[in-house]
Design a protein around this ligand. Structure first.
Ligand SMILES: Nc1ncnc2c1ncn2[C@@H]1O[C@H](COP(=O)(O)OP(=O)(O)OP(=O)(O)O)[C@@H](O)[C@H]1O
Ligand SMILES: [Mg+2]
Length: 256
């Protein structure tokens, strides 16, 4: 076992990335359209979104409430289907797969932090966090060891056995972030990962994601209302009127 406390150091036996993988965008969304039908009315939430995220790139997505950020993230992660357009993850097409095959692709490449965490209520915090590793075939004991280490990193070392209903909102959110990071994914899609957190815990969570980015080249796509967080990404994109547009140089958008 490595001495390093680095998040990348805990993992053993991960497949060495092929050279071609590094050159190819980790995530490519093309001409994404999403409409919702409510009776006779039709609401077009996404009307042609293009997004390409390079390996190791950090992207913030901002936009007004209801502009479609969660909808977009769910489509990018294969949790929802676009009405038009396509998503490639690691060069592999998400659409046209069975739910099971989408789940596999997601488990292989993506760590997803949901806006409302989606922890499994009947499992403890450490079991929830260990789950993605166990799904990959990691032995339960090893998965739980890694889960405990990561929960310690987000300040939940004393809450390992708590079920989600026995955690505070912010604690649940931190557990959800640990669950998203435990596979050391190539891509993290995070929907307001610090939304319920105080400044200190928000910084912990963001720090973990940035560490993963630095050490393993994990790409980050973070939906946030926090301009301070957005300014720490490589690019800021604004979702408005169903489309993504650049928000200009990141350095200029940092608010007071
Ligand atoms: N399943 C659905 N059926 C109908 N309308 C939906 C559905 N999901 C989302 N919408 C609508 O799509 C729009 C975008 O929703 P979305 O959750 O993507 O917004 P958001 O940008 O994430 O907002 P917030 O910042 O408040 O989280 C909203 O107007 C919402 O009411
Ligand atoms: Mg949302």
């Amino acid at each position: 076992m490595s001495e390093s406390i680095g998040i990348g150091a805990v993992r053993e036996g991960s497949e060495p990335g092929a050279v071609t993988d590094a050159d190819r965008p980790v995530l490519e969304g093309s001409k994404l359209v999403r409409r919702f039908r409510e009776g006779k009315a039709e609401l077009t939430v996404l009307s042609g979104v293009d997004l390409s995220v390079a390996a190791g790139e950090r992207v913030a997505i901002i936009g007004a409430s209801g502009s479609g950020k969660t909808t977009l993230l769910q489509i990018l992660g294969g949790l929802d289907d676009p009405d038009e357009g396509s998503v490639l993850v690691g060069g592999e097409r998400m659409q046209g797969r069975s739910e099971k095959a989408k789940g596999k692709l997601r488990n292989r490449y993506i760590g997803f932090v949901y806006q409302f965490h989606h922890l499994l209520p009947e499992f403890s915090a450490e079991e929830n966090v260990a789950m993605p590793l166990m799904i990959r075939g990691t032995a339960r004991a090893d998965a739980l060891t890694e889960a405990r280490a990561l929960l310690g990193r987000v300040g939940l070392g004393e809450r390992l056995d708590h079920k989600p209903g026995e955690l505070s909102g912010g604690e649940r959110q931190r557990a959800a972030v640990a669950r998203a990071l435990i596979t050391r994914p190539r891509l993290v899609l995070a929907d307001e990962p610090t939304g319920n957190l105080d400044a200190g815990n928000g910084e912990h969570v963001l720090g973990l994601m940035l560490e993963l980015n630095r050490e393993l080249g994990t790409s980050l796509v973070i939906v946030t209302h926090d301009h301070g967080i957005a300014a720490r990404m490589d690019r800021i994109l604004v979702l408005e009127d169903g489309r993504l547009r650049p928000d200009g140089p990141a350095a200029k958008t940092a608010g007071p």
